[in-house]
Each structure stands twice: as structure tokens, then as C-alpha cells.
Design a protein around this ligand. Sequence first.
Ligand code: ADP
Length: 229
Amino acid sequence: MFLVGLTGGIASGKSTVAAVFRELGCPVVDADQIARQIVELDSPVYWAIVRTFGEEILQEDRQINREKLGSIIFSDMEKRKLLNSITHPAIHKAMFKQIFKYFIQGYRYVILDVPLLFETNKLAKFMKHTIVVYCDPQAQLIRLMKRNNLTQAEAEQRIGAQMPLEQKRKLASHVIDNSGDSTNTYRQVCKLHCQLEDSLDFLAVRLLAAVTLTGIGGLFYILIKRCIF
Ligand code: ADP
């Protein structure tokens, strides 16, 4: 099995492309969804965050107010690092659990949907392939304004706060161009899926697992033989 990182810019179509991969039967590990799950009420990460940032980050229903927490760490690098040191290990552990489950189930590859794949650089080194969902700047602006009900200035500000999509495109091993209609994007995803399914990259990890298990089995055999005879 091998890992494929999926990323993009805000409203470039990453979620749309992830949905197509799912439709084609590919397992998709969603980093954003995991990040929301690990801070659910009364979880260990929830309490670690409350202890660190105080009860003022809680809403009336005692859930963490993500926007308030976001605004605290946005302007304070040290606090951002602190929050990351609490959440990242839990996110990575949950991701690993899901990946392992798909490995056991025999999938050839797993998609990791990670919005900040290139920015944080922690996970990128484990990816055999990376996919950037690209979309031309005009379409990205219009889609973002429409989806999030934003003015042009607000949408431009959100796009401007991210790593430029052009830069991400250069870092990726594959690009899905989502500037056109959804049929066009669907075709590109199908083509890439076939390419990844046909690749023999999955063999390396399976062989490694087989060799390791054979080695462990052999060791047990020797130990049992010695104990009995
Ligand atoms: P992301 O996950 O990258 O933020 P989304 O997949 O949510 O982006 O797409 C952003 C918006 O653009 C959504 O409202 C989606 O329905 C729309 N969209 C995505 N792809 C297309 C397309 N090819 N043509 C028209 N609209 C699209």
C-alpha cells in the first residue's frame, strides 16, 4: 500500500475531488474531520486545550469555540505552536489507525486529504504521490464568494492568506485542473485513479510486511523448538 496526499487551495475543489475518489471506491482519510473529532466534548485533547487556553474559549454548550481559538492563535505564533503540540500527535495517531485499517483490508493506496499538506510539511514526506486540485484564480474567487457568501474583498483576503495555488501546483506530482465543469474533473480523477491502481508501488510495503511477519514467525518457531527439545 502507498499514501497519496490530496490538497488544494480554498474553494479550488479539493472536497469535490475527494468525493469522486470515494465514489470510485478509494479510502479517503480526512484530516479536517479528524481534527474536529479529536476535540469533541470531554475527549483528552478537549481537556488539554481547556487547561491550556482557559474556559473563555468555550461556547455556552461547552463545546470549543473554534473561531475564538482560531483568532487567539492567528496572531500569536507561540500559542499556535502550543496548540499544534497538543492536537497534532492525536491527529497523526488517528490518521495512522485509519491507514492501518485500510492496509489490513488490502487497499492498494489511501488518499490523505490534508489542506495544509505543503505548508506544515510534516506529512508530505510520507506521501508516494501528491495531488493538487488546481482551479484558475477567477473561478476560485467566484466559487468561494458563492459557497461562503462572501464579498469579493473578503474572498480575496482569504485566498491571499494561503500559499499561492500556483506554488502548490509546482510541488505536486499530479495536478487535477478543476477550472472546467464537473464532468471534465470527473474524467481526470478516473484517469488518475486507474494510473494509481495500476502502479506497482503498493508492493514495497506488502513485501516488507510479509518479510517482517515471516521473520517473526521464524523466530517463534526457533523459540518453541528450543523450549520443547
Ligand atoms: P474546497 O474543498 O477546495 O474548498 P469545494 O470542493 O468545496 O472546494 O468546491 C468549492 C465550491 O465550488 C463548492 O461550492 C463546489 O460545489 C463548487 N465547485 C467545485 N468544483 C466545481 C466545478 N468544476 N464547477 C463548478 N463548481 C464547482
